[in-house]
Ligand binder design. Structure first.
Ligand SMILES: [Zn+2]
Length: 195
């Protein structure tokens, strides 16, 4: 969705107008433009203050009637298509997980603890830069172990890429799940690249 993309963009880059203030001159111009729009009747919803006596109250086609169970079922079905699982915007129910992870201080703490235990060095080659906290048992498949320090290991990016759980190399889970995980990865905390 366009709006969502924009929100994400703003989150990443900050709003382009953040910290900028309109000058007095600009403010005047904006105000004038707004007044002009109003005079022309623009910017006002087409149905504002309009009444449709022919369709309201007793005249409404549904006045005093009830939808048949069949119609109710159809309405529900249509709603499902608009929202939720059947919607084209459905991303596999990942939002609650993203939210939890993104906001999670525990997760950052887990990373820090793993790094500290491994003395901020790759456990395979000893390199001390570009470190990732990797989940030995996959983030996706072992949710209960996500925050277990014992399930974490410090790897440099080079060694990390060699693991078979790095990025989208996962072959042990079906493609559908894999796509969902890829989307999820965008929301992982900084430095965590494996799920
Ligand atoms: Zn390494």
């Amino acid at each position: 969705m366009r709006g969502d993309n924009l929100k994400e963009w703003i989150k990443k880059n900050g709003a382009w107008n953040k910290g900028k203030k309109h000058s007095e001159e600009q403010k005047k111009k904006l105000k004038l433009a707004w007044i002009k729009r109003k005079e022309k009747g623009l910017g006002i919803s087409w149905n504002k203050n309009r009444k449709f006596p022919q369709y309201s109250g007793e005249n409404h086609p549904m006045y005093g009637k009830k939808h048949s169970p069949e119609t109710i079922r159809k309405i529900k079905e249509a709603r499902k298509k608009q929202f939720g699982e059947k919607s084209a915007n459905w991303k596999g129910g990942i939002t609650p997980i993203n939210e939890r992870i993104r906001k999670s201080k525990k997760y950052k703490l887990w990373r820090k603890e793993v790094f500290e235990r491994d003395n901020y060095a790759c456990i395979w080659c000893g390199f001390k830069g570009n470190l990732h906290a990797d989940h030995v048992k996959s983030f996706a498949l072992f949710p209960k172990l996500r925050l277990e320090v014992d399930n974490g290991r410090t790897l440099c990016i080079v060694c990390h890429k060699k693991t078979d759980t790095y990025g989208n190399k996962r072959k042990d889970i079906p493609m559908k799940t894999n796509n969902r995980l890829l989307k999820l990865m965008k929301f992982l905390p900084e430095g965590v690249t494996t799920i």
